[in-house]
Design a protein around this ligand. Structure first.
Ligand SMILES: [Zn+2]
Ligand SMILES: [Zn+2]
Length: 225
């Protein structure tokens, strides 16, 4: 593995490290859990399993690229321009990613947290990840804080790590919640990141229900599978 590959995968290793660190702190503080705490811990870990699954799916699912199957007389496709890098015609909402070096269907952005583009095929996983991660962090923050208030740490090192964990889980909770709010707004307006920041004039808004069905799939919008 060369230096470039290490840099590209570094944010993902950081996420794995953060999950491991928070888990160790959780085990440390709940070393002798009461009955109700066991139930809370099981719920927390079920949520965490869903988050890990969605993180994996967002990384490994190809966001979608246009294929040569499209033809100019296809009534379902509106042609706009040819990508000068890929030399293929791009459907509307498709953009070329300089990092992946390919065109991405309904591209949101290239996310370094996943070493992948967020596009047509993995947007649902990404949005569900934000949703379940927010829930997990809220859950984590409150059960951790409640336990610390009930049984305050005594040693200096314990106190440092526990305060650090409370503050960092709070900061993460707020950050992920803001991201979830932003993407909820994009879904309600049927916009991508690119369209939002470039203030593009095209409007794809078909109404709340249709937008959610289109971007998150019909049925249960927060179904992680
Ligand atoms: Zn391209
Ligand atoms: Zn990309």
């Amino acid at each position: 593995m060369n230096f470039n590959q290490i840099c590209v995968w570094a944010p993902i290793y950081l996420v794995i490290f953060m999950i491991a660190y928070m888990e160790i702190m959780m085990i440390y503080i709940f070393i002798n859990p009461e009955e109700i705490e066991i139930v809370l811990l099981i719920l927390h870990h079920l949520l965490l399993l869903v988050v890990i699954y969605l993180f994996y799916k967002t990384i490994t699912t190809q966001p979608g690229t246009p294929t040569y199957q499209y033809t100019e007389d296809d009534p379902l496709v509106e042609w706009r321009k040819i990508c000068k890098h890929c030399q293929i015609k791009k459907p509307l909402r498709c953009h070329h990613c300089a990092v992946c070096n390919k065109c991405i269907l309904r591209m949101n952005d290239h996310s370094f947290w996943f070493n992948n583009c967020i596009g047509q095929n993995n947007y649902k996983y990404y949005f569900c990840l934000l949703f379940y991660l927010t829930l997990t962090l809220i859950f984590y923050f409150f059960i951790f804080l409640t336990k610390v208030i009930k049984v305050p740490p005594t040693g200096q090192i314990d106190t440092f790590f526990i305060i650090f964990t409370v503050l960092s889980s709070f900061a993460l909770m707020i950050g992920v919640f803001c991201c979830l709010g932003f993407h909820s707004k994009l879904i309600i307006n049927n916009q991508t990141n690119v369209e939002y920041f470039e203030k593009q004039q095209e409007h794809y808004d078909k109404g709340f229900i249709s937008n959610c069905n289109e971007l998150l799939g019909p049925g249960c919008w927060i179904n992680p599978i």
